[in-house]
Write a protein that binds this ligand. Sequence first.
Ligand code: SF4
Ligand code: SF4
Length: 138
Amino acid sequence: MNCFGFTFAAANLSKLKIKIVMAIIITDECINCGACEPECPNTAIYEGADDWRYNDGTSLDGNVILPNGKEVDASEAQEPISDEIYYIVPDKCTECKGFHEEPQCAAVCPVDCCIPDEDVVETEDELLGKQRFMHPED
Ligand code: SF4
Ligand code: SF4
């Protein structure tokens, strides 16, 4: 979404008093230290070139329909999002909602390269819904 589109969408959500938040993205300033990966409560962070799965570190199993309507096989290996640096899977990132007060990856990153992803805007309720969907037993 371009800058104008984002600003327009944010302004309208603000009028509706809906708190908007974003998934976190790792920028290319990442130095591959690996500090963030074990901190993620959703196992949404992977090392560059590693495959990822919806069921890694979650309760998802078999064919599932995600809260965003996407149908996936939770155990199927998915293509890496980056081959060079650690990356975050947007569908699994909840900005740590439901677990912590702040994004844990950003809190530990020594070079501050875990930043909000303006292309993945969600409401706080949507992020909490994602967290409950992935971890219904918690
Ligand atoms: S913000 Fe939280 S849930 Fe998202 S990638 Fe970082 S540690 Fe994981
Ligand atoms: S903590 Fe920061 S620098 Fe280290 S791997 Fe994670 S994103 Fe990259």
